[in-house]
Design a protein around this ligand. Structure first.
Ligand code: MOS
Length: 737
């Protein structure tokens, strides 16, 4: 068995991170660096009639003020601005024209010798506007929301049976409308970009992004640059969660200024300005469940409205999770999009599932109450061994085992069914549970391995490590497949000049890159074997490639361990000091089967009824996600997801003043995320789930951790209090209403 895969290996980049040696996008310095400060629109919709740059330009140390009227050439076609993950529509173009599409839209960039000067002078830029009426309230746009096209990657799946009829005929019906507000990603690291003009005139751009090659292609498109003229780097990232899948405006502004002034420029957004990037779309959903008295589902209808901008149609497959998760012969899905005067919404950790499964799992809890069944018992009665949306089996599905192990670790069997029946001193105690589901995806990706005669290997790929542990799992896989100690592996990533990678998202990178490392290591082995065969009296003279593996710095015959040739000897024989191979690995998923990860989440809350305060005192998350490469970074992924689920259930909400169309809590003081005091006992369990969909049996872990957590907590709040709050977050005012 492989020595590193599956172990709790500490982050290989951990020391660099805690000592500050790891530098982030806004930490790269160069002589003569200038600083840009963004001026954001104070209106929500309309046009700029005049920009007075005079006062800002007169400030000592200010170099220039860029606006749509005063800037270098940019592309004119939508195509040029359409990045690799852009939705349909006409992408936003920073400082392009006089139109205002959302509050906080960048309208000018003040460039100065210091960041303080730039920021101060930015307050002196005078912008006159012509206002138009705006709409930012999804509830007011309900009537005009338009259906999204069904099918495809993101449209609702095909409905089955006759859900309305089955619902009408069902013995027990449960209907409800659930709401999840707009939420923002709030990564610790601010969005920033340092565009360095090199001596030869080329640009090196350190940008905060989940996809360096996506940003690279985008910059080439909008500035008409040749690929060789610019290199985009993002070796470290302080949290992305989806907000860095698409290029953000800071990188456009930094490059625009660097090109205008032929000097290196850094642009860093402020925390409030981060709220002018994307967000998790608000979602109004109506779910109806019909069941027979025995507790099996007869019908599901799921109607969703999500929000997007006026210029792009961002949506995900929101509704189909409902009919995928539980056995149900009749299912109908509908999804409409409300266009608001906001920036385009975007992916945020487990996009669509985090919100849709919240509603489904809260509705299932309500159905369990109506049926007088234990919530876990109901899930087991409705358990589905097939993906009914596409009528296929799962490559693996150990959800039953998640329920079993999670319930045992939590002590679920001791739950008293009646709401308000469990107490701890003066507090009400509630126990709730929910199911989580996500996809196990793969994407084409390339890896280069350079193996030196001294037994050191450099493994490179343009992927990011958004904090998930990509460096570490890449090193673990490479060490195992090359048969080398972990310390002999160095990983290079986050550089657009490295072998091709998609954006890091969708929980697809670890699986994809691990496959590519294995595939490329095979090519390294094959080349080494060719060399080893030429060694005089080679014990591997007749060995076929698949009869040989790399172990302890040697090529070893699988049939006869004494038949080995040292890598160094093989290379010496061929007059080489290294072997270099690059391969692209394509997805290996068999589309005749469904590929999903699952989780069972059990939560305990304690509610002080006098004050309305809710505390999440215990969470157990049991996860089935195929082979877990690293139990330490893997657990961290799930812990982070659970913490965010606590935020989603109880704290997080982007609040708009609809009269102004502005976000009023664009800061850490008023946009509440869980703090240490909100996070208590969280236990992560990985259940065994053998899967043969790819070489290592992996599924990916980045997103499954959040799905279902908010529902488990909401259900626990109901169990504690007898009060069902369907609108997230469950704040004390709603509980006491
Ligand atoms: Mo993820 S929301 O695909 O970064």
């Amino acid at each position: 068995m492989a020595p590193y895969i599956g172990t709790a290996t500490s982050r290989v980049d951990g020391i660099a991170k805690v000592t500050g040696a790891a530098r982030y996008a806004a930490e790269h310095n160069t002589p003569g660096l200038l600083f840009g400060s963004v001026v954001g629109s104070t209106i929500t919709k309309g046009r700029i009639t005049r920009i007075d740059r005079g006062a800002a330009l007169r400030v000592n140390g200010v170099i220039d003020v860029l606006t749509h009227e005063h800037r270098p050439q940019m592309a004119d076609s939508d195509e040029a601005y359409r990045d690799e993950v852009a939705p349909d529509g006409s992408p936003f173009r920073p400082l392009y024209d006089d139109k205002i599409r959302f509050s906080g839209q960048p309208v000018a960039l003040v460039v100065a010798e210091t960041s303080e000067t730039a920021r101060s002078a930015a307050s002196l830029v005078r912008v006159d506007y012509e206002r138009e009426a705006h709409l930012t309230d999804v509830y007011r746009q309900r009537g005009t929301a338009a259906p999204v096209p069904s099918g495809g990657m993101f449209g609702p799946p095909k409905s089955r049976g006759n859900a309305e009829q089955a619902l009408a005929a069902a013995a027990v019906r449960q209907e409800g409308e659930y709401y999840v507000p707009i939420e923002h990603h709030n990564p610790m690291e601010l969005y920033g970009s340092t565009a360095i003009v090199e001596a030869d005139g080329k640009l090196t751009v350190y940008d905060k992004t989940q996809g360096v090659q996506n940003v690279h292609k985008y910059l080439c498109g909008i500035f008409g640059m040749q690929p060789k003229e610019v290199r985009v780097m993002s070796p470290f990232m302080g949290g992305g969660f989806g907000s860095g899948l698409r290029p953000q405006f800071e990188v456009v502004l930094a490059v625009l200024a660097a090109r205008a002034l032929r000097r290196s420029v850094r642009v860093v957004l402020t925390r409030p300005q981060m709220y002018a990037l994307g967000y998790r779309p608000a979602m109004i959903q109506h779910i109806a469940l019909g069941a027979n008295a025995g507790g099996t589902l007869e019908a599901i209808t799921h109607d969703a409205i999500t929000v997007t901008s006026q210029y792009e149609d961002f949506y995900r497959q929101e509704t189909g999770w409902s009919g995928l998760l539980y056995k149900c012969p009749n299912a109908r899905y509908a999804h409409k999009l409300a266009r608001l005067d906001l920036p385009t919404s975007c992916d945020m950790r487990a996009p669509s599932a985090a919100t849709a499964v919240y509603a489904l799992e809260a509705a299932m809890d309500e159905l369990a109450v109506a049926l007088k069944l234990d919530p876990l018992d109901l899930r087991l009665r409705c358990y589905s061994d097939r993906d009914q949306n596409d009528d296929r089996s799962f490559s693996s599905k150990a959800l039953r085992e998640c329920y079993k192990q999670g319930a045992a670790a939590f002590g679920w069997e001791k739950r008293s069914p009646q709401p308000r029946s469990q107490r701890d001193d003066s507090e009400l105690v509630g126990w709730g549970m929910a199911t989580g589901i996500w996809e196990a995806l793969q994407a084409p990706i390339a890896v280069r391995i350079v193996l030196s005669a001294n037994g050191h290997a450099e493994v490179s790929c343009a992927t990011s490590d958004i904090g998930t542990g990509t460096y570490t799992v890449m090193a673990q896989v490479a060490a195992d497949v090359l048969g080398l100690p972990l310390d002999n592996i160095s990983i290079k990533l986050g550089d657009s000049s490295l072998p091709q990678s998609p954006v890091e998202g969708g929980s697809w990178i670890a699986t994809s890159v691990a496959n590519a490392i294995s595939t490329t290591a095979d090519a390294v082995r094959d080349e080494l074997l060719r060399l080893a065969k030429q060694v005089p009296h080679s014990p591997l003279a007749d060995a076929a490639p698949d009869e040989v593996l790399l172990a302890d710095g040697k090529l070893v015959s699988k049939r006869d361990a004494t038949g080995a040739v040292a890598i160094a000897d093989a290379m010496r024989q061929g007059g080489r000091d290294r072997v270099e191979q690059e391969r692209t690995a394509n997805p290996t998923l068999d589309e005749s089967r469904a590929h999903n990860t699952h989780a069972a989440i059990f939560a305990e809350v304690k509610v002080d009824e006098e004050l309305g305060v809710i505390r999440v005192t215990r969470v157990v998350s049991a996860v089935a996600a195929g082979r877990i490469l690293n139990t330490k970074t893997g657990s961290s992924q799930i812990l982070g997801g659970v913490v965010w689920g606590i935020g989603m259930a109880l704290h997080e909400e982007t609040l708009l003043d609809h009269k102004l169309g502005r976000i009023v809590n664009a800061n850490y003081a008023e946009y509440h995320v869980p703090s240490n005091a909100d996070v208590q006992d969280i236990k992560v369990i990985f259940v065994d789930e053998p899967d043969d969909s790819n070489r290592l049996g992996m599924k990916g872990l980045g997103e499954i951790g959040i799905v279902g957590v908010a529902a488990a907590i909401a259900n626990a709040v109901y169990h504690a209090t007898g009060k069902r709050v369907r609108d997230l977050p469950i704040t004390l005012d709603k509980l006491r209403r």
